[in-house]
Design a protein around this ligand. Structure first.
Ligand code: PLP
Length: 387
């Protein structure tokens, strides 16, 4: 156990859980620079860089694009608290833990929430959303979706639901905490007319430590936010105030997490140097390698093949295996972290994240070797050599 007489030195870990994921040394080095003041012109120009690079990653022209202080949940709270006013009708798609969290936030903000639910392990189909929109006793202000449901490993298709929401005159809110930077998501193009508010978190496929929540707001949603009946109930997450600091008169709103923004800038540079397509391919390849490997170990996925996320793999805990003991041994003996199941999936799945700089061939190979040892599985037979 580390004692406080010594500086803390985290043990070396391979982070293959649902987040945080591994951080490139270049990002860590960027974060080790001395802080600047939050109104220093050099820092403001770093914020401009971050803003522009976030637009490229979100694939949007939205002027209002910034990084909210706080983790992915702060992004969720900023999105919901700014869009929703007491009494507003909101349709929330719930197919796992994070959809349920979004519904809970909207309820706490006084919205009239209709949760359209799907079983954990599936996505929400458009039909029930269409029904919910049709049955609403007045205009629905927001339809919300979780693009990559981290609790189940399911990809939520967006296009059809975005079209339905648009037809009903509702704004579309998308959680991209796990998907952004790891799989295609073009905010302005989804469903033909784009998403209105989309937020993420830095600690997954974007490759920075936790602490910031990128968010982007369409002109349509910005209009709705600016014409609210009352100011946003949260001062800290008020996007009008945050945007004034990021892109308006640069007025003080909060002391920006300076070093976290150094890190985000470097991780976005890494991402854009690699290229979005190459990065998505890398995540896909790591997922395919994992799929082949775990099938060789006799493990199976919770989710049907065509709905699986590349960056979050929910594997069923096999009969006779002790979920916690396997995860304990992975960490203690192999220094690898993976996640357990949440809610109704607790004890039933392992969640293996292949996100950002963690999504690499050597990491998948190391995980498979460790699992083979722990599960006592025979070595996978090699493909026969061609003579
Ligand atoms: N939304 C999704 C889909 C997530 O996976 C997470 C975290 O895992 C969150 C929101 C909340 O993010 P955070 O834990 O960074 O606050």
């Amino acid at each position: 156990m580390p004692s406080r007489a010594e500086p803390f030195r985290p043990p070396a870990r391979l982070l293959l859980g649902p987040g945080p994921s591994g951080v490139d040394p270049r990002v860590l080095a960027a974060m080790a620079h001395p802080p600047l003041g939050h109104l220093d012109p050099d820092f403001l120009s770093l914020m401009d860089d971050v803003r522009q690079m976030l637009r490229e990653v979100f694939v949007t022209a939205n002027e209002v694009t910034l990084a909210v202080p706080g983790t992915g949940t702060a992004g969720m709270e900023a999105a919901v608290a700014n869009l929703v006013e007491p009494g507003d009708r909101v349709v929330v798609c719930v197919a796992g833990y994070f959809g349920a969290r979004m519904a809970e936030m909207a309820r706490r903000l006084g919205a009239r929430v209709t949760a359209v639910e799907a079983p954990w392990g599936a996505s929400v189909p458009p039909g029930p959303v269409e029904d919910a929109l049709r049955r609403a006793d007045g205009p629905v202000k927001v339809v919300s979706l979780v693009h990559a449901e981290t609790s189940t490993g399911v990809l939520q298709p967006l296009d059809d639901i975005v079209r339905l929401a648009r037809r009903a005159g509702a704004l579309v809110l998308v959680d991209a905490v796990t998907s952004l930077g790891g799989m295609p998501l073009a905010v302005d193009a989804v469903g033909g007319s784009g998403i209105d508010v989309c937020y993420s978190g830095t600690q997954k496929c974007l490759g920075s430590p936790p602490g910031l929540a990128p968010i982007t707001v369409s002109p349509r949603a910005w209009e709705a936010i600016r014409s609210r009946r009352a100011a946003c109930a949260s001062f800290y997450l008020d996007l009008v105030l945050l945007n004034a600091y990021w892109g308006g008169d640069r007025a003080y709103h909060h002391t920006a997490p300076i070093n976290a923004l150094y890190g985000l800038r470097e991780s976005l540079r890494l991402l854009l140097d690699e290229g979005l397509t190459a990065r998505f391919d890398r995540h896909r390849r790591a997922h395919e390698q994992l799929r082949r490997g775990v099938e060789g170990l006799g493990l199976s996925f919770l989710v049907e093949e065509d709905s699986r996320l590349p960056m979050l793999n929910a594997l069923r805990v096999p009969e006779g295996a002790d979920d916690r003991e396997v995860r304990r041994r992975l960490l203690a003996e192999h220094h690898i972290e993976i996640g357990g199941g949440l809610g109704p999936l607790a004890g039933a799945v392992w969640r293996v994240g292949l996100m950002g700089s963690s999504a690499r061939e050597e990491n998948v190979a190391r995980f498979l070797t460790a699992m083979r040892i722990i599960l006592g599985a025979p070595r996978m037979s090699k493909a026969p050599r061609r003579s």
